[in-house]
Write a protein that binds this ligand. Structure first.
Ligand SMILES: C[S@@+](CC[C@H](N)C(=O)[O-])C[C@H]1O[C@@H](n2cnc3c(N)ncnc32)[C@H](O)[C@@H]1O
Length: 225
């Protein structure tokens, strides 16, 4: 199992009925059922080929009625409300589109591959409460990759600061500083390298602004350590 998938599995909460939206391989649903985290899981995917992979992996659970495959967009074809919904490995805009149309589930775990800020703005703007909101990493050195994850519930949310929307609440409040700090420092190095090259005035100004923003957020996070 890839580190990203294993990390997501480690965050899965107990709930009666799960949905794994965009299940593809189906590893997360398999893990949830195998670890007794839920009674039943709907696995959905918009592509028949992807759903087929999960159906193969989960054939025994499907035969036992504990896993129900649904070929659909988001949660559109799921016949009952789910206590917990996982949407991982999709773009943030696609995640927002699904939640806008199908509603924010009682509990959710979202792992957007990009545009995490748009997901945060949508959730908080809709009254949802992100309980964990941080960056984790997979791999080492050149191969290291960073992912945002947001775990929370539909109600009870408060406000977010602009920095929390932009960077993720736990990344900047000292609850989960490290992978985020590595990511910001890597980005700062790349920005500084690019500033050494030949650039037009507008590009240089933009990069310089990014450099200052990164330096500021790095020192703020380091102050929480
Ligand atoms: C990169 S895979 C991620 C698989 C798995 N969730 C993970 O995190 O490893 C994204 C999957 O989402 C599916 N998908 C994309 N948009 C979707 C939508 N609107 N509704 C359901 N599935 C969707 C794709 O077909 C694909 O199988």
């Amino acid at each position: 199992m890839k580190e990203r998938v294993a990390h997501i599995c480690s965050l899965l909460p107990p709930a009666r009925v799960y949905a794994d939206v965009g299940c593809d391989h189906g590893f997360m649903a398999k893990y949830a059922l195998g670890h007794g985290l839920c009674e039943r899981v709907y696995i959905t995917d918009i592509h028949a080929g992807s759903l087929k992979k999960a159906e193969t992996l989960l054939r025994r659970e499907i035969a036992a009625g504990r896993c129900v495959p649904v070929l659909c967009d988001g949660l559109e074809g799921v016949p009952e409300p789910c206590d917990f919904v996982l949407i991982a490995g999709m773009g943030g805009e696609e995640i927002v589109k699904i939640l806008q149309r199908d509603g924010i589930p009682a509990r959710f775990l979202l792992q957007p591959m990009k545009n995490a800020e748009k997901v945060r703005r949508f959730l908080v703007g809709s009254g949802a409460k992100p309980e964990r909101d941080y960056t984790f990493s997979e791999g080492e050195g050149e191969r290291r990759r960073y992912y945002d994850v947001i775990l929370g519930c539909a109600a009870g949310g408060g406000g977010y600061s602009e920095k929390e929307f932009r960077f993720g609440r736990d990344n900047i409040n000292g609850n989960s500083p490290y992978p985020f700090l590595f990511q910001m420092k890597e980005e700062l190095c790349k920005t500084e390298e690019r500033l050494q090259g030949r650039l037009g005035a507008a590009s240089r100004e933009k990069l310089r602004a990014r450099q200052l923003q990164l330096e500021e957020i790095i020192s703020e996070v380091e102050a929480t350590l």
